[in-house]
Design a binder for this molecule. Structure first.
Ligand code: NDP
Length: 242
């Protein structure tokens, strides 16, 4: 049995990743922050697919909360370790830089970038000792090309992309891969306030993506088949120029 932690597994892309990986036989640890009803719904979907899972609440932006939750899991699961980490939890707080508040900057950096450090650092040791692991970071088109109104989010996602490439080289010899998946516009709660009709005109495929279309790439990167891919960023964006 291999264990996977999906941060932000309660909704959207994270939920699709949980369901997809459960079909591959992974035990799914579903993290969420505040929406326990949706986390329960994801767990029910995992079980409907014949999979197994559990829920783990913590705020990814809090180092103390991360280390407490993961430390408790380790203490209760002696001899086991988390083989696959999907750093998916994320938020947006868009504003033009000229008007951006410190809080909007730091909330987005803490949730999208600092969480990568807290969680990955904690789980990395077991992957290295066992010489098998997969770290998959959900980044964004915004972190590659930058998007106006998202200087905070672009900085955070761009930071995760650079960290992905650096860490991949640090640990490649230990059979632990580190990759990023960069969605474009995907239908979820995060994008429900966007003008889809207007935005899809600039997407070559002429539509927003589905969470499942991101999840299938994550499923591949988590598999044995992806064993020689590390330090990569895979775009899932319907052909948007990056
Ligand atoms: P949603 O807003 O639909 O879901 C966000 C998820 O993240 C929820 O499960 C939420 O938990 C969780 N979350 C948010 N903050 C925290 C926190 N502090 N601690 C723990 N969990 C947290 O987003 P998407 O599914 O659309 O996005 C998933 C990832 O994909 C994000 O990293 C996002 O930046 C990225 N992305 C999305 C794109 C899109 O078009 N949708 C495009 C490019 C990238 P809870 O339910 O408890 O609130």
């Amino acid at each position: 049995m291999r264990y996977v932690l999906v941060t932000g597994g309660s909704r959207g892309i994270g939920r699709a990743i949980c369901v997809s990986l459960s079909k591959e036989g992974f035990h799914i640890i579903i993290n969420y922050n505040s929406n326990s009803t949706e986390a329960e719904a994801t767990l029910a979907m995992v079980r409907e697919n014949g999979g197994s899972g559990e829920i783990m609440q913590f705020d990814v932006s809090s180092q103390d909360a991360v280390e407490k939750a993961l430390g408790d899991w380790q203490a209760g699961n002696e001899g086991k370790y988390i083989h696959v980490l999907v750093n998916n939890a994320g938020i947006r707080k868009d504003a033009l830089l000229m008007w951006m508040k410190n809080q909007e900057w730091s909330d987005v950096l803490n949730t999208n970038l600092n969480s990568f450090l807290y969680i990955t650092r904690f789980l990395l040791k077991d992957m290295l000792v066992n010489k098998w692991g997969r770290i998959i970071n959900i980044v964004s088109l915004s972190g590659i090309k930058g998007l106006p109104g998202q200087a905070n989010y672009s900085a955070a996602k761009g930071g995760v992309i650079a960290a992905t490439k650096a860490l991949a080289q640090e640990i490649a010899k230990k059979n632990v891969t580190v990759n990023a998946v960069a969605p474009g516009f995907i239908r979820s709660d995060m994008t429900k306030d966007l003008d889809e009709a207007q935005l899809k005109a600039m997407i070559p495929m002429g539509r927003f993506g589905k969470p499942e279309e991101v999840a299938s790439v994550v499923r591949f990167l988590a598999s044995e088949e992806a064993s020689y891919i590390t330090g990569s960023v895979i775009n899932v964006n319907g052909g948007l120029y990056t």
